[in-house]
Design a protein around this ligand. Structure first.
Ligand SMILES: [Zn+2]
Length: 693
């Protein structure tokens, strides 16, 4: 371990390890398989880079992030640490050169994209000289994770071919289920698991319940006005982002929208404005990767609930990167769930739907199994209640199972629009042999200027010599994921592999499909439970990620602070709830939203079970009256030498505060005011109500 610390100081210039790093390195140096779960920015790479320097032989690092790969290697080389990467951006000459250097022992760290294990016996050439295998973004190997990549399944086989060297798997997000899956898929032996660093102690977590978008809008504006500092607002759709941008401007909060509909220069303008603090808030779609890392963001507000707690935590985590206190708010209404359910249903259609689609296709196909249909034409053909997206997913399932082939015949027309500027392309896509560059050039030559406004291109008629038609969609996808362009297929013919195969005989992994769907739903349930929990939200999140730092209380969430908006127990069996006592002891009525009408409050109060029914909070006027009534009750209780709750319960006083009865008759209609109490205390209470006005 002292070698490790020396390496850390001399090679990296750090004084000491960050939480989790030391334990991980110790485990790796002891030759144990190790699973490390550290959040983004927690210093994962040190966990394998230090052992790589200390151990003899080669460390192979598997990573799917091609751009990060280059950054890491550049950083290592700048420190005179021999490292190299091999991925699709290299020519075959460059690849064999780097492989040869690795085999000769001239490289300590070799970064590989998982796909590389398919080529040129990479794994068998390296067998025997690898002392450590590091699998970064290890959650990609799990089908239950949020970012499953089939190429990762090859890593397990590659590990065997390398001679099963000690292995460290690293990820920033993994639920317990995914962790088990990582260890199983990679066949780790009795792995040491290290999970730490998820607790962002400078963040305070809030949830603001609302019934609809109008209430959310009001809460959003109020929250932004009640607090200072830069803010990021997340919304689900581009439309919502634009709408909220307009709303905030209207309310005098300088803000700009940021989503995939912007081209490079627009996006850069918005980024610059935010980075230079010319605008206060940026509004972004959840799905859109944001190239903004601003350390002094003080507020992150989600206008709608994300589909997973992983996504929520990652996005909320953009607040307070500088370590200063920051607040994160989730605006939540129950229907938020439905949009995610809709997406999940579309992505994982029911077995019966897939079979119906397949039957319909078989019926329409020619005897050779050819179906000259475009995907959008399939909708009326099938005649079921499937949505276009469900059909798309069902087709993909059938394709994966080998039951159909999509894009046969002349089905190669795509519409494509360039987003990136030539300067950005030049800067970010390097290497003359890069197939991405080749494809962009070919598209430009074919489409000319219309490439930047939107062109239709037949991939079959692109200049020869670049990626074949079958390879082009993957390259287009990759370019789209980095916002270089947007594309979609205009035409895809379809053929049935074997028209004799019946729907019942399809070789589809139905159980796996159902399990993936269930996993998605359970993630959705978890984030919704987070929204509804009355327990410590920090503890909830940390338990979800399996971080042993989880506690039952904290001083940085609305539930623990007693500031939770609405749905907090208004009264609790005749004595003030903990949260109310805390709130009162602080003497703050502060920025708490007061959105409930009397009717709602009364409705909330007259319901039965306290544990299951949502509770409403009082509006400001009712709050004042409630407090005056309680003062009067204390006086009565003192005079009569009985406990206050014997006189009236808090619940009854709260209901009186909302209903404001002005006569004994009206007062008798309030729950908890019996004849005896009416006679005894009625006038006294009415006096308080009249006095309050
Ligand atoms: Zn808490």
């Amino acid at each position: 371990m002292s070698d490790a610390l020396t390496a850390l100081r001399t090679a990296f210039g750090y004084e000491g390890f960050r939480p989790g790093q030391e334990a991980a390195i110790e485990s790796v140096l002891a030759g144990r398989d190790t699973l490390v779960v550290l959040p983004t920015g927690g210093g994962k790479s040190v966990c394998f880079q230090i052992p790589a320097l200390v151990l003899p032989g080669l460390t192979v690092v598997v990573s799917p992030l091609i751009s990060l790969m280059k950054d890491q290697v550049d950083a290592l080389e700048a420190r005179h640490l021999p490292a190299a990467f091999i991925n699709s951006s290299l020519s075959s000459g460059q690849v064999s050169d780097r492989m040869a250097r690795a085999v000769r022992g001239e490289i300590k760290l070799l970064y590989l994209a998982p796909e590389r294990f398919d080529f040129g016996n990479v794994a068998s050439r390296l067998a025997g000289i690898v002392s450590l295998l590091a699998v970064d973004e290890a959650h990609c190997i799990s089908q239950w994770g949020h970012d499953f990549r089939p190429s990762y399944l090859r890593v397990a086989e590659a590990r065997r071919m390398l001679g099963s060297p000690p292995t460290i798997a690293l990820t920033a997000t993994a639920t317990p289920e995914v962790r088990v899956d990582i260890c199983r898929q990679l066949a780790l032996r009795n792995p040491q698991t290290i999970i730490t660093g998820f607790d962002r102690t400078n963040l305070t977590y809030h949830v603001l319940p609302a019934r609809n978008d109008a209430e959310k809008d009001a809460l959003l504006v109020r929250t932004l006005k009640a607090r200072d500092g830069l803010a990021i607002v997340y919304a689900t759709t581009r439309k919502a982002v634009d709408r909220l941008g307009f709303l905030l401007e209207q309310k005098g909060i300088s803000a700009a929208a940021y989503h995939a509909g912007l081209d490079d220069s627009q996006r850069r303008n918005v980024q610059d404005a935010f980075m230079n603090e010319r605008i206060r808030a940026i509004i972004a779609t959840n799905a859109f990767g944001m190239g903004i890392d601003k350390p002094n963001v003080r507020l992150v507000l989600h206008h709608s609930m994300p589909g997973t707690l992983e996504a929520y935590y990652q996005e909320a985590g953009r607040a307070g990167r500088d370590g200063a206190h920051s607040d994160v708010f989730l605006l939540h209404s129950f229907p938020d769930r439905f949009i995610h359910e809709f997406f999940i249903r579309n992505a994982y259609p029911e077995r019966i739907s897939v079979q119906q689609l397949y039957d319909a296709l078989r019926k329409r196909a020619s005897s050779g199994g050819i179906l000259p249909a475009l995907p959008e034409d399939i909708l009326p053909l099938v005649g079921t209640k499937l949505s276009a997206r469900e059909i798309e997913s069902a087709l993909r399932i059938l394709q994966t199972a080998g039951a159909i082939v999509i894009a046969g015949g002349s089905a190669s027309c795509v519409s494509v629009r360039l987003l990136a500027t030539p300067q950005r392309i030049k800067r970010e896509i390097t290497g003359e042999a890069n197939p991405e560059l080749g494809l962009l050039r070919a598209l430009w030559r074919t489409a000319g200027n219309s490439f930047s406004t939107g062109a239709t291109v037949d991939l079959d008629f692109l200049p020869p010599g670049l990626a074949t038609r079958s390879g082009a969609p993957a390259i287009l996808d990759s370019l789209q994921s980095r916002q270089f362009l947007v594309w979609e297929r205009l035409n895809s013919g379809l053929s049935i592999t074997n028209p004799a195969t019946t729907a019942a005989a399809l070789a589809v992994d139905w159980a796996g499909l159902g399990k993936r769907r269930a996993a998605e739903i359970s993630k959705l349930d978890a984030v919704q439970r987070y929204a509804y929990t009355r327990a410590c939200r920090r503890g909830f999140v940390l338990r979800y990620f399996g971080d042993p730092a989880a506690r039952n209380r904290c001083d940085g969430c609305d539930n623990c602070l007693g500031t939770a908006a609405q749905r907090q127990p208004l009264v609790n069996a005749g004595r003030p709830s903990t949260s109310r006592r805390r709130r009162e002891s602080k003497g703050s009525s502060g920025s708490r939203p007061a959105t409930c009408s009397r009717k709602e409050l009364a409705a909330g109060l007259s319901r039965g079970s306290r544990e299951t029914e949502p509770k409403m909070s009082l509006d400001a006027t009712a709050e004042r009256l409630f407090s005056a009534l309680r003062t009067r009750r204390s006086e009565i209780a003192r005079d009569e030498k009985v406990p206050a709750y014997i006189v009236f319960s808090d619940r009854t006083l709260a209901e009186i505060a909302v209903q404001r009865p002005l006569s004994l008759n009206a007062l008798s209609g309030v729950r908890g005011v019996g004849e005896a109490k009416l006679a005894r205390y009625g006038e006294a209470l009415l006096a308080v109500i009249r006095e309050a006005g």
